[in-house]
Design a protein around this ligand. Structure first.
Ligand SMILES: Nc1ncnc2c1ncn2[C@@H]1O[C@H](COP(=O)(O)OP(=O)(O)O)[C@@H](O)[C@H]1O
Ligand SMILES: [Mg+2]
Length: 282
C-alpha cells in the first residue's frame, strides 16, 4: 500500500503576540496514513487535532520536521496546488463553507477555481451530488437545507475536485443525530466504494468505531493507535486522557467492575447485547 500522508518529527508552535510566548502544540509528532484507509483521530479539546489537520494541506507549515502528502513536501511552495488538489478539507461549521446561492453552483466553485472546462465541471458536479445522495437538491438554496445536508454539499464540493484524500475536522459537531449519521455514512461509502482516503477528526466514539483505524492524540503525541477494537478496549488509558470509550464498551467495563466477565470487544449494540445475554444465561 502507498502512503497518503507522512508526518515526520513535526514541530509546530503558534507564534506569540507581542512579548507573549507562543503555544507549542507539537515537538516531535509522527504519523503515517496509508492510501485508501479510513482513519479517525480522537483527542481531548486543545490537544492539536485541528493544528495537525491544517498541516495536511499546507494551511499551516511545520516549524520543524516534515509533512508529506502523496510524497510531496507540503512546504514546497511550487507544488502547493498539487497538495491542495490531493487533500480536500471539510470543517465544522457548514454555513461557513457555503459560497453560492444554488447547490450546484456551490459544488462547482472548487473545480471552477482549478480552471477546469465547463462540460467537465458539469459532469463532476452531477457525479459529486449523486455520490453524496443530494442530486435532487441541485437547484435548491443551500441555506434552506438541514445541517447534515449542508455538510454533504460541502463534501460534494470537495469531491468535485477529485482529491485522493478528504480530511474532515469535526464535521458533525454542529449536527443532530440524523445529520451525523448522514455525514458519516457518506464518507464511509466514499472510502469503501471510491477508495478515497478519509481522515475523520471527531469526538463521537460511535463515529470513530466505523473507521479502519483509530489514532488517539495526547500532549502532542500518538497515545493509542490501532483498530477501533484495539483502541477502545484500553478504557483506563482513554479515561486518563479525558476521553470515554463507546457507550457499549463503557457498559461492559462497568458491569465487569461488578463481577461480570465481559469481553470489551463488543462494540456494536448488537454484539454488546449478545455478550451480556450470554453472561446472564450462564
Ligand atoms: N491561532 C492560534 N493561535 C494560538 N494558539 C492556538 C491557535 N489555534 C490553536 N491554538 C492552541 O493550540 C492548541 C491546539 O489547538 P487545536 O489544534 O485547535 O486543538 P483541537 O483541535 O484538538 O481542539 C491549543 O492549546 C490552542 O489553544
Ligand atoms: Mg479542533
Amino acid at each position: 500500500m502507498s502512503e497518503m500522508i507522512r508526518v515526520e518529527h513535526l514541530a509546530y508552535t503558534y507564534p506569540g503576540v507581542d512579548d507573549t510566548p507562543g503555544v507549542a502544540v507539537f515537538e516531535d509528532m509522527n504519523l503515517s496514513v496509508e492510501a485508501g484507509t479510513f482513519v479517525a483521530i480522537l483527542g481531548s479539546n486543545g490537544c492539536g487535532k485541528s493544528t495537525l489537520a491544517k498541516h495536511f494541506n499546507s494551511i499551516l507549515l511545520p516549524s520543524g520536521g516534515k509533512v508529506w502528502v502523496c510524497g510531496i513536501d507540503t512546504a514546497d511552495e511550487d507544488r502547493l496546488m498539487q497538495v491542495r488538489r490531493n487533500v480536500g478539507m471539510v470543517f465544522q461549521n457548514p454555513d461557513n463553507q457555503i459560497v453560492a446561492n444554488v447547490v450546484e453552483e456551490d459544488v462547482a466553485f472548487g473545480p471552477e477555481n482549478l480552471g477546469i472546462a465547463s462540460p467537465e465541471i458539469r459532469r463532476r458536479v452531477d457525479q459529486a451530488l449523486k455520490q453524496v445522495g443530494m442530486s435532487h437538491f441541485a437547484l435548491h438554496a443551500p441555506h434552506l437545507l438541514s445541517g447534515g445536508q449542508k455538510q454533504r454539499i460541502a463534501i460534494a464540493g470537495v469531491i468535485a475536485m477529485q482529491p485522493k484524500c478528504i480530511v474532515l475536522d469535526e464535521p458533525t459537531a454542529m449536527l443532530d443525530p440524523r445529520g451525523r449519521r448522514e455525514v458519516v455514512e457518506t464518507v464511509s461509502r466514499l472510502n469503501k466504494e471510491k477508495g478515497i482516503t478519509v481522515v475523520l477528526i471527531t469526538h463521537h466514539m460511535d463515529e470513530a468505531a466505523r473507521a479502519d483505524r483509530v489514532v488517539v492524540l495526547h500532549k502532542g503525541k500518538v497515545a493509542a493507535d490501532g483498530t477501533p477494537k484495539e483502541v477502545f478496549t484500553q478504557v483506563e488509558l482513554l479515561h486518563s486522557i479525558g476521553l470515554a470509550a463507546p457507550e457499549t464498551t463503557e457498559l461492559c467495563w462497568e458491569l465487569n467492575k461488578h463481577g461480570f466477565n465481559l469481553s470489551l470487544n463488543a462494540l456494536s449494540e448488537e454484539e454488546c447485547a449478545q455478550a451480556i445475554f450470554q453472561e446472564v444465561a450462564k
